[in-house]
Write a protein that binds this ligand. Structure first.
Ligand code: GLU
Length: 452
C-alpha cells in the first residue's frame, strides 16, 4: 500500500509538470495546487485513484477554445477582444460555468475558474460538468449598444461550441441579465432554435428561474450559517464585512440582513464603504444595478452613518464574519492577520478563490471556520442547474420552491464537506472536505467511463 507521503510526492511531481506544461498561468497553478495538496489521503486510501493518467486527465481540459471578437464602438472604430471557452470536464454532465467579461481575463484565469467549477459542480450533487469562459472585454463605461454589439460578436463564434446538452454558459463578473439577454438573442437568431437550456441566468418570462440572481449570495450566507451552527452559534447579531458590490455581494448582504446579521461594508476597485447602521440595500441596488455607478456615490447619498474609504482594505473593518465576494486573491495574508486580530469567527467565500493560500492557512491555524468558494458559493450554479431542469420540463417553479431546494443543497454540501473532512482525519477543514468530496464524485464517473 502506498503511504500518504509517497502519494504526496507523486502529486507534487505532477504539480511541477503542470507548471511546465502551462507556463504563465499563475492562477491555474494556484487552483491546481490548492486541490492536489489535499488529495493525498484519498488517493492513498483508494488505489483506483492512483491509476496512471486519472489525475493527469483531470488537470487537462477536454477542450479549449480561443477566438477573436471584433466589434464596433459607438464612434465606428473597430475594437478587437479575445474570447475564451474552456470545456474542462464533462464526466458528470454538460460543461457548466459562467462567462466573465473583465480586462484581467486570460487563458490562465479561465482555466483556474473552469478547474474550480468541476469540483464545485460535483459538490452540488446535480448532473453538471465544469467549464468557464469569457473575454478581456471591459464593459465599464460602455453604452448598452456597445455591449450588445460585443455580445452579438462573441456569440457569433461561441454558438458552435455550446448547446443545452453540450455546454451551458451563464454569468460571472461583468456578465449579468443584460448580457445574457443579448447573448441568448444572438444564439436564437443564428440557430433558429428556441433552446432555453443553452444559457442560464435568463430573464423572468423567457426561461429564467426565480431566485437565480439571488442564489450565489443567499447560498453563501446559508453555508456560513451552517458553519456557525456547527460551533453552536447563529447569524443573529453578528457583524459582517462583505467585499464587492456586484450580484454576489448584493444578495449576500440581503440574506445576512434577513437572518439578523449586520452587514456593514461593500466595495469596488475604487475603495470601500462602511455603514455602521448596515448597508441600505435599496440605495446600493439603485446605484449598482440601475445607475451602474460606483460605491462612493452610496456614501455621498446615505448620510452620516456611512463613509467611503478610497483605496484601503475592507478587511480592516472589525467583524465577526467576512464574506469576500469580489474577485480572486482579494484577501491576502496581511488581511487575514487583521481579521484574526479583530476576532473573526468565520470566512466564507462568495467569489472564486478570493483568499490567497497563505491567508487560508493562517485563518485555519487560528481556528477560524473557513468555507472555500467551491462549496460556499455553489448555490449560484446549483440554481442554474435547477433553471436547466425547469427549461427541459417547460415549466417554472415558485420562488419558495427554488429557495427551498437551494437551502437543501447548501445544507447537503456543508454536511458532505464536514463529514468527508472527518473521514480523512481533517475535522473542521472544509477545504480538504470539499476537494476530496468533489474529486471522488468526478473521479468515480471518469473511471467508469473509461480512458477518454
Ligand atoms: N459564475 C458562477 C460560478 O462561479 C455561476 C456559474 C453558472 O451558473 O453556471 O459558479
Amino acid at each position: 500500500m502506498t503511504t500518504r507521503s509517497e502519494t504526496q510526492t507523486t502529486l507534487d511531481h505532477l504539480l511541477t509538470e503542470i507548471e511546465h506544461r502551462n507556463p504563465a498561468q499563475p492562477e491555474f497553478h494556484q487552483a491546481a495546487h490548492e486541490v492536489l495538496e489535499t488529495l493525498a489521503p484519498v488517493v492513498a486510501a483508494r488505489p483506483e485513484y492512483a491509476e496512471p493518467g486519472l489525475i493527469e486527465r483531470l488537470v487537462e481540459p477536454e477542450r479549449q477554445v480561443m477566438f477573436r471578437v471584433p466589434w464596433q464602438d459607438d464612434q465606428g472604430r473597430v475594437r478587437v477582444n479575445r474570447g475564451f471557452r474552456v470545456e474542462f470536464n464533462s464526466a458528470l454532465g454538460p460543461y457548466k460555468g459562467g462567462l466573465r467579461f473583465h480586462p484581467s481575463v486570460n487563458l490562465g484565469v479561465i482555466k483556474f475558474l473552469g478547474f474550480e467549477q468541476i469540483f464545485k459542480n460535483a459538490l452540488t450533487g446535480l448532473g453538471i460538468g465544469g467549464g468557464k469562459g469569457g473575454s478581456d472585454f471591459d464593459p465599464h463605461g460602455r453604452s448598452d449598444a456597445e455591449v450588445m454589439r460585443f455580445c452579438q460578436s462573441f456569440m457569433t463564434e461561441l454558438y458552435r461550441h455550446i448547446g443545452e446538452h453540450t455546454d451551458v454558459p451563464a454569468g460571472d463578473i461583468g456578465v449579468g441579465g443584460r448580457e445574457i439577454g443579448y447573448l441568448f438573442g444572438q444564439y436564437r437568431r443564428i440557430t433558429n432554435r428556441w433552446e432555453s437550456g443553452v444559457l442560464t441566468g435568463k430573464g423572468q418570462g423567457w426561461g429564467g428561474s426565480l431566485i437565480r440572481p439571488e442564489a450565489t449570495g443567499y447560498g453563501n450566507v446559508l453555508f456560513a450559517a451552517a458553519m456557525l451552527r456547527e460551533r453552536g452559534e447563529d447569524l443573529e447579531g453578528q457583524t459582517a464585512v462583505v467585499s464587492g458590490s456586484g450580484n454576489v455581494a448584493i444578495y449576500t448582504i440581503e440574506k445576512l440582513t434577513a437572518l439578523g446579521a449586520n452587514a456593514v461594508t461593500c466595495s469596488d476597485s475604487s475603495g470601500y464603504v462602511v455603514d455602521e447602521k448596515g448597508i441600505d440595500l435599496d440605495l446600493l441596488k439603485q446605484i449598482k444595478e440601475v445607475e451602474r455607478g460606483r460605491v462612493d456615490a452610496y456614501a455621498e447619498r446615505r448620510g452620516t452613518s456611512a463613509r467611503f474609504v478610497p483605496g484601503g482594505s475592507v478587511w480592516d473593518v472589525p467583524a465577526d464574519l467576512a464574506l469576500p465576494s469580489a474577485t480572486q486573491n482579494e484577501l491576502d495574508e496581511n488581511a487575514a492577520a487583521t481579521l484574526v486580530r479583530n476576532g473573526v469567527k468565520a470566512v466564507s467565500e462568495g467569489a472564486n478563490m478570493p483568499t490567497t493560500p497563505e491567508a487560508v492557512h493562517l485563518l485555519q491555524k487560528a481556528g477560524v471556520a473557513f468555507g472555500p468558494g467551491k462549496a460556499a458559493n455553489a448555490g449560484g450554479v446549483a440554481v442554474s442547474a435547477l433553471e436547466m431542469a425547469q427549461n427541459h420540463a417547460r415549466t417554472s417553479w415558485t420562488a419558495a420552491r427554488v429557495e427551498e431546494e437551494l437551502a437543501d443543497i447548501m445544507t447537503s454540501i456543508h454536511t458532505t464537506c464536514h463529514e468527508t473532512a472527518e473521514r480523512y482525519d481533517a475535522p473542521g477543514d472544509y477545504v480538504t472536505g470539499a476537494n476530496i468530496a468533489g474529486f471522488e464524485r468526478v473521479a468515480d464517473a471518469m473511471l467508469a467511463q473509461g480512458v477518454i
